[in-house]
Write a protein that binds this ligand. Sequence first.
Ligand code: ZN
Ligand code: ZN
Ligand code: FE
Length: 761
Amino acid sequence: MQNIRKKITVQGQVQGIGFRPFVYRLAAESYLTGFVYNYTQGVTIEIQGKKGDIKKFVDELKKAPKTNPLLKITSLDLADTELIVGEKTFTIKQSDPAGFIIAEVTADIATCKDCLSEMFNEKDFRCRYPFINCTNCGPRYSIVRSIPYDRPNTTMSVFSMCDKCKAQYENLEDRRFHAQPVACPDCGPKIKLCDNQGKEIETDSDKAISKTVQLLFEGKILAIKGLGGFHLACNAENAQAVQNLRERKMRDRKPFAMMAANIEKIKQFACVDKTAELMLTGIQAPIVLLPKKNPNTIAPSAAQDVNTFGFMLPYTPLHHLIFAEKKLNVLVMTSGNISDEPLICKDDQAFEKLANIADAFLIHNRIIHRQVDDSIVHIIGNDPVLLRRARGFVPQAFILENSTPTDIFAAGADLKNTFCFVKQNRFILSEHIGDLADASVYKHWLSSIDHLKQLIQADPSVVVCDMHPGYLSSQHTRKLKKDKLIEVQHHWAHIASVLAEHNINKKVIGLVADGTGYGTDGTIWGCECLIASLDDFQRFGQLAYYPLPGGDLAAKEAICSVIGLIKKYNLPIDDKLLKQIEPDKEKISAITQQIEKNVNTIQTSSLGRLFDAASAICGLGSRNNFEAQLPMAFEAIADEKITEYYPFELKEQSGIVTVDIKNMLENILKDKSDKSVISAKFHNTIAQFFLALAKQTRKQTSLNTTAISGGVFCNRFLTKRLIGLLQNNGFEVLFNRSVPSNDGGIALGQAAIAAKAVAKG
Ligand code: ZN
Ligand code: ZN
Ligand code: FE
């Protein structure tokens, strides 16, 4: 039989994860000749041999993602090409750096089992080496400066490989073949322990680790340089240490993330279901929010007023070595930053900013080029849902059906910002950046945009932002002077983010539960029922507007929305309750007058602020010291067994269905039941009126697919109830999983809408 030759182009997550050696071995087993190389959009393979052998080869290639969890093939194209006479071998050729650079750098991956067993094997030359890694694990995105992903383009370029490492790096049969960060104690990065003035305490690797553990055990606070930035760590079972960290970091009540020695330890403190266990032990190793078990030995101030703990497992060799000392069960591991500033990843910055917080610093000399926070996941039903998308997930692209002819930049929102670039059919969403109101975060946002733009060599001529006149992200984008500026309504972008991540574009019933977003009528929206696709949207229903004093105060102090709702619905409220929410009488009368005279007062359908008001009326506090503190506390007490809800009314006003909640509020005010019952009934009412809105929309449009999004859907109680109700009533329900339903997903939605607009011309 005659030989044939095929050219195979493979796209997806195919670089830097051992795909080329895999192809090499497969070719050898199949008696084929040819070559493989990385090019800017993926991997190219030319293969020559018998038709049957080539078919077998391609079949095996398609099955490869089953055995390599890092591998993701999005397209695999075959074309005939000319035979090369006399070709005898199969080779791995040099990467081709020319052309359109779009190939995918992979995300940072938790240490794999093979590396772990080597690290704890006394005979291995990398025994107890804190930077052991291979093609299946270790740093990627956080160390890459440019692509193609090769060692000279990473922060590992300053370490020249020793002979042993080099032999593995160059050996096709080795797990470390072309593992760019490969290193060993002889040739690679090192750790050292310093005091908070930067003075060296210990430079021996093992001694530095045991001294670190000793200090943590004694209740000290350590700044530990990790994969994507610094953590501030202390013993989570030491109440005083956790309290000290809270005070020094000036973080009042926001829960801390924790890292436990192993999954068994986590199970002692929290309920871990199958989905949660898969996420915790998965290659991304995110923080997973888990229902608390009570009683437990975690310091009370680690996570107050919430019914969950945020746990992750060790994901770097250094973390594993720290827990291997067997002195600590669980550490608080919170981001190394000051209040709302960006995560710190440089040594000098750490010493400058964290010297008053940390007693000692465990650092290393592998440069973190790009800071990447820990990702956060929670579980809705059997689905892991991202609340913060960063380490382990970024820069994995979302691949959409159609390619755009021009590159697109989407700015995202001002809170929990992420931004997005579109190149061809790839949507590359940035890591979590933070709240742009902080000047240092804003600066970091600008430089991160430049970084990513340069990394993927994007040249956007279309830019898209929120239509909010005051958003910093929008103001910046409007000034960019590109060919086309698209401004997108905030809640349309939320719904579009669901459509984009599910890769569908059809008209859906979009149910939005959000804090605030600028509306097309100049008011502040937040609880909406939209008929939406990526092409356009129309507002079908909403929570009836209520007045709210303008400015930042309204999102912090519940008294603002309480008075707004009292005024709107003429509610009877006794002075005792009002005084409990706000003791300052003058403040109450000032806010009341502000609303009555309509001075600096906005009309809003914000659901977030309604949650604030209901939480405060129930006596859970009156102030959000961090975002959604009151609603989270309110959710935490809701009784799962309760299915009743309060009455509400749907009314029709100038073509828009509005939800009137006078009845609900009056009932809450006189309800003498336990708080846990009131909370559940309140949550149920919200779910019920969304269901009613969806039904009404279905009646008028015959649409049957709902998409739910918006920051309030970070509330698991509400989300689970609503999904259940919608499904029981025959609706198809789409919700955010791979991007957050909060404003961290906005950029993807904006980008998808812009890509559609560009495609239409
Ligand atoms: Zn490994
Ligand atoms: Zn070495
Ligand atoms: Fe939002």
